[in-house]
Design a protein around this ligand. Sequence first.
Ligand code: PTJ
Length: 243
Amino acid sequence: MIPADHPRYASLLAREKMADAVRSGMVVIEGASAHGRGEAFDCLLGERTTPGAARAGKTAAAFLIRAARPVISVNGNTAALAAGEIGALARASGALVEVNLFHRTDERLEKITRHLEEHGVSVLQGTAERLLPLSHDRALCLRGGIYAADVVLVPLEDGDRCAALVAMGKTVITIDLNPLSRTARTATVTIVDELTRALPVITRSCGELSAQEADELIRDHDNTRLLREAMATMKETLTHAVD
Ligand code: PTJ
């Protein structure tokens, strides 16, 4: 039981969700470790959505609403932390939702799919095929889903798959608190923010942007600038941490 007035309430609640999801088998133990790494980077960001992350979220919305076949790829951590937010974004953007796992088992696929459906998410079903140029199980995806997508949102992603999707000519949007990760540096749009803060920003923007505004955001987009801004914020936090 975490008291609501605890200064670290949101963070502790997220940690408890992760622990429960590990116990239920939805999240792998490696996922809990990835979550901890995210928490450390979030401290450096000041646990807030920076102006750069807000702009990245808007740009992500622009790419999603202008896409012909947008898909949201969901892993264990994303389902555990943000099933409701994924549903809201899918509805606002018209994107399909596909479960894609690094540590893939039929049991986890079923658990995650059920959890998403319980939160109102319509999950793409079908027989996954080895369609991505990768030697691990993230190569498995649906022909009518990630394989056919022109824009893919891949929160908390593995660098190899991000690179493979980009090499296939897809626009890849990621949400990753670590601006140094291979995924962050390879994606088309990197939102350096915490997942549950970033998703509602994208969802809101999907409803607000006109086609013309979206096209302008896409034209002006510069991912290197977004990464530099995130790193500058982190450097600033470290520089003034004991002032
Ligand atoms: O469910 P599976 O089997 O597909 O496995 C999922 C994990 C997360 C284990 C897998 O994708 C993995 O190993 O990911 P990585 O390579 O550790 O990358 C996860 C990235 O997400 C790291 O850079 C973390 O800093 C970042 N991260 C962790 N939690 C959050 C986050 N970014 C945003 N919001 C978070 N809550």
